[in-house]
Design a protein around this ligand. Structure first.
Ligand code: SF4
Ligand code: SF4
Length: 272
């Protein structure tokens, strides 16, 4: 496992964003930003109104299950009722029963996974996204919704950085991303996680995985149908949940990604 030590914990990196993906944040059938904001805001309000101590948690949970639609994308991933907003500005998603939210009292013992799993879990992105790429993501993304979506999609991140680094001739340096034009060019790519025009709108799908009712399957793009070899951008196209109905769409999608990679590389080379 290509871990660099010490591991930098990516869950709550700064005041501008955080991630709640492993608490089931994106696993609701409707995981649009609008729907999640409504859900998390209501929960946070309810929590602060109802919970003064551990004895109030069952009442809070009952009210939350009654108020929300808990249908999931993947049945095997739990959607935790204790995920909410941690700040008044709603910039940070996180655990409402964490000791930092409750005057030092750790109430994660009530969680589905149990306190130890909640406190100790570090997702694979900590190990498989190189440190320099993690740091660049932290510099360019200041939005909890986009941050969690991108951070947990290792292929989306690592494949793109590899393409740009190949053109630049070196690994990208985080300090270069203080520059606004570089940030914007990088963000153009990562925002496609939300706005990709070739995204398959099938509900039971997140990135390259789908759930067939019994197990995870990796989706695939039928290149043969278009008389094409597998695209060199296949990993990215899958991460963006692409579905193509004609060869022209595939061409257009590839062109968009290559243009972005070339633009970023040009800007980066001109940085000195
Ligand atoms: S998915 Fe990873 S980064 Fe996000 S909260 Fe879980 S462990 Fe942290
Ligand atoms: S109790 Fe565990 S799963 Fe639930 S929000 Fe907190 S950390 Fe996430």
């Amino acid at each position: 496992m290509p871990t660099e030590f010490p591991i930098m914990v990516l869950c709550q990196p700064d005041p501008g964003k955080s991630c709640g993906a492993c608490c089931g944040l994106y696993n609701y059938v409707d995981s649009s930003r609008e729907s999640l904001v409504k859900r998390l805001s209501a929960r946070t309000r309810r929590y602060h109104e109802m919970v003064k101590g551990p004895e109030d948690l069952p009442r809070y949970a009952k009210a939350t299950f009654a108020a929300e639609d808990f249908r999931k994308r993947y049945e095997v991933i739990y959607c935790c009722e204790y995920l909410g907003f941690l700040d008044a500005e709603e910039k940070k998603v996180g655990c409402l029963v964490h000791p930092l939210q409750n005057g030092g009292v750790d109430m994660r013992t009530v969680s589905f996974y149990g306190r130890d799993v909640c406190a100790g879990h570090l997702c694979p992105s900590h190990h498989f996204i190189p440190r320099s790429q993690q740091l660049i993501l932290l510099k360019i993304i200041d939005d909890w919704y986009l941050y969690g979506l991108c951070l947990t999609d290792i292929d989306l991140v690592v494949s793109w950085f590899r393409l740009v680094a190949d053109r630049v001739g070196e690994e990208l340096k985080p300090e270069a991303f203080e520059r606004q034009d570089l940030k914007e060019a990088a963000l153009q790519y990562f925002r496609w996680k939300m706005t990709w025009p070739f995204r398959c709108e099938e509900a039971n799908r997140l990135g390259k995985y789908y759930f067939d009712g019994s197990q995870y399957m990796i989706s695939h793009i039928d290149y043969e149908k278009f008389g094409r070899d597998i695209s060199p951008l296949n990993a990215i196209l899958l991460s963006l949940s692409s579905e193509f109905h004609a060869a022209e769409e595939l061409d257009q999608a590839e062109k968009m990604i290559w243009s972005n990679v070339e633009a970023l590389a040009l800007l980066y080379r001109g940085r000195l």
